[in-house]
Design a protein around this ligand. Sequence first.
Ligand SMILES: [Zn+2]
Length: 76
Amino acid sequence: MSSIAGQLAALKRIAEFSARLRGHELGEWHTGEGFAQASCIRCRAELRVYHSVIQPEMDGTALESLCSKGDVERAA
Ligand SMILES: [Zn+2]
């Protein structure tokens, strides 16, 4: 088991949770070189997570602003 993959999976979960708190509904994740990104299927706000052994990070508008199309309904 790769620790980088585990770290990335954990980061994605945290990022998804944070985005959902703001009303976003994330679509599919796309994994790139050293990062993964997803965007809200409603307002297209983006979210990125970077997996780094030194300092894992996440950023994106989905973490900073509320979903403009969100009606704050609980999916689950
Ligand atoms: Zn949104």
